[in-house]
Design a protein around this ligand. Sequence first.
Ligand code: S3P
Ligand code: PEP
Length: 429
Amino acid sequence: MEQNAITLNPIKKVEGTVNVPGSKSLSNRALLLAALAKGTTTVSNLLDSDDIRHMLNALKLLGVSYQLSSDKTECRVEGLGGAFTHSPSKPLFLGNAGTAMRPLCAALAASDVNVELTGEPRMEERPIGDLVNALQEAGADIQYRQTAGFPPLLVHGKPLSGGEISVDGSVSSQFLTALLMAAPLFKGNVIINIQGQLVSKPYIDITLHIMKQFGVEVINRDYQQFFIKAGQAYVSPGRFMVEGDASSASYFLAAAAIKGGKVTVTGIGSNSVQGDIRFADVLEKMGAKVNWQEESISVTRGTLTGIDMDLNHIPDAAMTIATTALFADSPTTIRNIYNWRVKETDRLHAMATELKKIGAEVEEGRDYIKVWPLGNFVHAAIDTYHDHRIAMCFSLLALNEQPVTINDPGCTAKTFPDYFSRLATICKH
Ligand SMILES: O=C(O)C1=C[C@@H](OP(=O)(O)O)[C@@H](O)[C@H](O)C1
Ligand SMILES: C=C(OP(=O)(O)O)C(=O)O
């Protein structure tokens, strides 16, 4: 259900500290590996949001036992000690959570279960064919319920023997992540060869990092080939602490770069395994002052200058640059972001459309966006296309002299349900 629009009044200054909620990428990976591991895992600082709820609901239907704390940020998962064994009584509804759909598809294909994977209408437009092809090459039985290459899927899981498989990495890194996380369920050695140019590469580092925490080693041959030796199994690390979400941090850091005051985000810092912390380097390049601590990042304002950069390595946080660019003194070009088009919405088109509404000059290319600085903002109602990041990026427009209206602000529930109230804690009007 859509929420009423909110209007943010012009913000004069931002100042303060925000503790960002747990990382979506780490929360869903941790829950899945905890379910497959031997032993009990306590996942701490779990994100409480729609994407995580979909993973938790799916695990419950798959017969995984867990206890969730009353504030839903800690989960004690009883590991199965191997593949799933229980076929759910109804389809697993995974909303629009790529980090649930893709990894569950691979893990279930290698488990002795029959299951249907469904999602929101947009999920039925988000590609999964490259992952299904790779799994079918490994002997998996997966069928498309409606349209070839897209969910919903019927997975007739069975033990898979392993061997050499290839996956195209040029649409989403989540396909490779899914194969890597499922590989220890295969009986033999697994060799994964990458075809095409691997996108969103740092998310693979998150995957390898967490697999290691759960006791599985992957040999990474320069992101071209991955080798997972047979006989490895996930073992609970006891407790897994989820770091703060680096993409969620980007909005507060950008606000400081535009109109600080000093803003500090805690729960994430120089120690992070998430590629999206490199967003702070981009802000620095634009002219903001960035201070790194092991568990926090602080930003203060600078005179912002436009940049021309390939931001394929930070696809989610790169959206924040597209609205920050309005406040710079020269144009900004964000390159190599074709896969913005296959996420929560066609983000390249949506960003360009909404930026134009507030009077900005924008060029939308096949795989890039160019944004010119804006002097006179026009008050507009921003459509959010069920995309949490559009809502959060465009909230930054209130750092000018005009208000901004955000339609359906509740869409931030995908990864950051209380985003607007946390933003309010650092705003001075
Ligand atoms: O593996 C992950 O946790 C993610 C990978 C990225 O997707 P792509 O690999 O599809 O770019 C990112 O956009 C998404 O929000 C989370
Ligand atoms: C692309 C995103 O989500 P998903 O995990 O569904 O791919 C995102 O959070 O920006």
